[in-house]
Design a binder for this molecule. Structure first.
Ligand code: FUL
Length: 424
């Protein structure tokens, strides 16, 4: 049987290399302490008096994020840019005297910092009077998307959230055509004809195997609109999670522990999924000091574990068998593998072993499933100059292997979260 290996586009590979993004949920909900609102909160309540998008994006960059995603419109319908499609927007708020454009401020900060920009535009809209009329609402949604795709430079991602839309279909053909015309390199999250997909939970947790080639028919539990594609396509996942309990800022909420965030990192980036970590701006329009501090702690923990990689030289020994040589014996407790993905994801299983003068024969360091963009393994410290990686999978190839001496091989566990419900 010939196995079909769908290949990624260059834009998908570029997006996977971004690895880590920050999500910004902000809007009228921020001022009401709500997660969802029904479109009736007054636009006048939006008043982040000290708003500084530069602080958000600089914080993202310092945390190691290479892109951010902003909720340009959440389910409540309030628009963070002065859209011509509705007056339920920043233009009707006291912020910047009604002259502000938050999407523009974030876009400008991203340009200044060299960070990618993604936008979330909720299809479900609880404010728009047009919503009950599919034709009228599709036209409004397309007009909003056109504004976002034309006014703010290149976008790395468009986040189409399925929540609230059960039983409702939108004009995805027209939506996808507009994206193809105006932002052909932007990733499309999860709906329409997705180029990236949800990991299946909002805890930021992937599970081995992490498949990039998915039969999109199996995504039917996420969205009805993808069923019709019915073929295997390259659709890598993005694991989303909030640093806090809520997606929007609330006074009585606070950040997760560093251990928790590290566990999420191992279970997302460490398994080859992108991680989109939500850090919500507060009522001042700034990232909360406690969240900023927690991000610094997370970055420091990641740097101390993975900040000084030692790269090995790869030699292919046979089909799927790779030898990795280091210049001198190196002591390490983490493996960092990368797969060559240009011809699609090929590795379905892999095994890493080490042989050395002081070691008793061939010592198995790791044995697992997919490799993908990046695969991290923690293991007890070992000193060696040579490794062997054996991959299962037709035409499988590695792009790089490095090792780290983190000084720990402890991977924090998140016991209470249910395992990821990954599509087959
Ligand atoms: C969900 C939404 O309902 C939440 O409010 C949040 O935006 C999250 C990222 O996606 O589907």
């Amino acid at each position: 049987m010939t196995v079909h290996h769908p290949s990624p586009s260059l834009a998908q590979l570029a997006w996977q290399r971004l690895e880590l993004g920050l999500f910004f949920h902000v809007g009228v909900n921020t001022f009401a302490g709500k997660e969802w609102s029904d479109g009736t909160l007054p636009a006048s309540s939006f008043d982040p008096t000290d708003l500084d998008a530069g602080q958000w994006v600089r914080t993202a960059k310092e945390a190691g994020a290479r892109y951010v995603v902003l909720t340009a419109k959440h389910h409540d319908g309030f628009c963070l840019w002065p859209t011509a499609t509705t007056d339920y927007s920043v233009a009707s708020s006291p912020w910047r005297g009604g002259q502000g454009d938050l999407v523009a401020e974030v876009a400008e900060a991203c340009r200044a910092e060299g960070v990618g920009l993604g936008l979330y535009l909720s299809p479900w809209d609880r404010h728009a009077p047009e919503y009950p009329d599919p034709q009228a609402y599709d036209a409004l949604y397309l007009a909003q998307l056109r504004e976002l795709c034309t006014g703010y430079g290149d976008l790395v991602e468009l986040w189409f959230d399925g929540a609230g839309s059960a039983g409702r279909s939108y004009d995805w053909d027209a939506i996808m055509a507009l994206v193809a015309e105006l932002q052909p390199d932007a990733m499309v999250f999860n709906m329409g004809t997705p180029t990236i997909r949800w990991i299946g939970n909002e805890d930021g947790l992937a599970a081995d195997p992490v498949r990039y080639a998915v039969d999109t028919a199996s995504l039917d539990n996420y969205t009805e609109t993808v069923i019709r594609l019915g073929e295997a396509r390259y659709v890598p996942p993005e694991a989303d999670v909030s640093i806090r309990r809520g997606w929007f800022w609330a006074a009585d909420d606070g950040p997760k522990s560093v251990e928790h965030l590290l566990a999420v990192y191992y279970r997302s980036v460490g398994l080859g999924a992108n991680l989109l970590l939500n850090v919500p701006p507060d009522t001042r329009g700034l990232l909360d000091d406690a969240d900023v501090e927690r991000l610094r702690e997370l970055r420091a923990a990641l740097d101390s574990r993975f900040g000084s990689p030692v790269a090995g030289v790869l030699t292919q020994m046979a089909d799927g068998v790779w030898q990795v040589d280091f210049q001198a014996p190196v002591t390490f407790d983490h493996l960092d593998l990368a797969e060559e993905l240009s011809a699609g994801q090929r590795v379905t299983a892999h095994r890493v072993s080490v042989e050395g003068a002081d070691l008793d024969g061939d010592v198995l360091l790791a044995e697992a499933g997919t490799v993908g963009h990046r695969r991290l393994h923690a293991h007890p410290p070992v000193t060696a100059q040579r490794l062997r990686v054996t991959c299962v999978g037709e035409g499988s190839a590695l792009a790089g292997v490095s090792v780290h001496h983190a000084g720990t091989h402890g991977v924090p566990q998140i016991e209470y979260l249910a395992p990821t419900d990954e599509p087959e």
